[in-house]
Design a protein around this ligand. Structure first.
Ligand code: UDX
Length: 423
């Protein structure tokens, strides 16, 4: 199939590259010229396992990036993959998706034959039906039988996005009519996964509810962990026993510092706002956010039990990315921890295998190191904030510290004499 993808960010780039691997011809439309140039030279502007190899195998053959919408009308269908960031009040900012819908509508004015527009961006339930559809239909001057609409949410985890695309747990296709859904479903031919066909708004809600549930599972494990620590028992042992119940599952039960990233905080906030706008009182979701916001302060409180005053203390931070295997620091739990340490007068030295550059843009005024040993040298304390597996190998390096105060926020260390944030 010929597929146009609008938005060459994280989701758009991974999706385009994987669709090319499935044998489709992909035109990736992205406004940022630098990103387009990088993609066309086969270099992804993000770090993602396996993506670079895949992109360089297909670029110039069956995938091409462009700043122009010109060729969109020659494709069989268009996938919208633009960002839906948070507004200051937590609602989803739909201005980018609105602008993209306008441009897509303009391109479809002269299109002959049927076209499908599928939304992959995470949008509040009702957006495809009430905003995207009317915008594209009015701009193009077409009728609903000439353009079909689909909501096809992504469930890609950063660091595992290529694998998640190729081997998903399920593919959700919400559609305005059967023909539109069939068109998008046929693009996934070759992927062995259950397909769920729904209406447009239900598909949008599936994405929000999935992320809200996963975020709740993390805040739940953290709250149980905080109680377990007071009881002197191991939350990991407890949750292993809980997760053996098939109704619960053992996955996504790692208690620690809480969740960050570009999806969970943004999507849970948007769902809360959506509920409030409809006069609902989402008490559970608000608590999920509250537990998550308090959790980073707990690691600082544990440090204060050891030192009382952090002024002048050298604190080594291991891990800056919001999770391992990514250079992404968006909503990383390391940010509030570092800010609190600085506010209390500590001097912060930080190391991360991939995220030093990105964190420098957010917190420029701390010392960054090229390795864990350098960060640990002469440190009064060490806080582990990201679950990088390589931190599990550290042992002798901790002997470089001035005093051995080590608090693990992610249950990743394997050496002795370490305190856990909630175990
Ligand atoms: C998430 C969803 O998993 C994905 O389906 C969706 O499309 C986008 O959002 P991602 O943000 O890449 O993916 O990260 P994920 O692996 O889900 O982790 C999110 C955060 O939760 C990280 O900060 C991680 O450290 C934390 N986490 C995860 C826990 O604290 N405990 C866990 O058990 C799992």
């Amino acid at each position: 199939m010929r597929i146009s993808v609008v938005g060459g960010g994280y989701v758009g780039l991974v999706t385009s590259t994987c669709l090319a691997k499935l044998g489709h011809s992909v035109i990736l439309i992205e406004v940022d010229e630098h990103k387009v140039d990088a993609i066309n030279s086969g270099i992804p502007f993000i770090y993602e396992e396996g993506l670079r190899e895949l992109l360089s195998a297909h670029i110039g053959k069956n995938i091409i990036a462009s700043t122009s919408y010109r060729d969109l009308s020659s494709s069989d269908f268009t996938l919208i993959c633009v960002g839906t960031p948070s507004l200051p009040d937590g609602r989803a900012d739909l201005s980018i998706i609105e602008a993209a819908s306008f441009s897509i509508g303009q391109c479809l004015i002269d299109k002959e034959g049927y076209h499908v527009v599928a939304v992959k961006s995470t949008v509040p339930p009702g957006t495809t039906q009430n905003l995207i559809m009317p915008k594209i239909l009015s701009q193009s001057g077409k009728h609903e039988n000439e353009i079909g609409f689909v909501m096809n949410p992504e469930f890609l985890r950063e660091g595992l996005a290529v694998q998640d695309f190729m081997k998903p747990d399920r593919i959700v296709i919400g559609s305005s009519d059967e023909r539109a859904g069939d068109t998008v479903q046929s693009a996934y031919c070759g992927i062995d996964a259950p397909i769920l066909r729904t209406g447009l708004t239900a598909a949008e809600m599936i994405k929000y509810a999935s992320n809200a549930f996963l975020a709740s599972k993390i805040s739940f494990s953290n709250e149980i962990g905080n109680v377990c620590k007071k009881l002197g028992i191991d939350v990991y042992e407890v949750l292993r026993g809980v997760g053996m119940d098939h109704r619960i599952s053992p996955h996504f039960f790692n208690a620690g510092l809480g969740f960050g990233g570009s999806c969970f905080p943004k999507d849970v906030s948007a769902l809360i706002r959506l509920a409030e706008d409809m006069d609902e009182d989402p008490i559970l979701l608000r608590s999920v956010v509250e537990v998550n916001e308090r959790q980073p302060m707990r690691i600082v409180e544990l440090l204060l039990r050891r030192f009382r005053d952090l002024s002048g203390k050298r604190v080594a931070i291991l891990g800056l990315a919001f999770k391992n295997d990514t250079d992404d620091v968006r909503e990383s739990r390391a940010i509030p921890v570092i800010r609190e340490l600085l506010r209390r007068g500590a001097s912060v030295v930080a190391y991360d295998p991939k995220a030093v550059l990105s964190m420098r843009n957010v917190v420029p005024d701390i010392e960054y190191c090229e390795g864990a040993s350098q960060a640990l040298t002469d440190a009064d304390a060490c806080l582990v904030l990201t679950e990088w597996p390589e931190f599990g190998q550290l042992d002798k390096e901790f002997e470089l510290m001035r005093s051995r105060v080590i608090i693990d926020g992610r249950r990743v260390l394997s050496c002795e004499n370490v305190e856990g944030i909630c175990w």
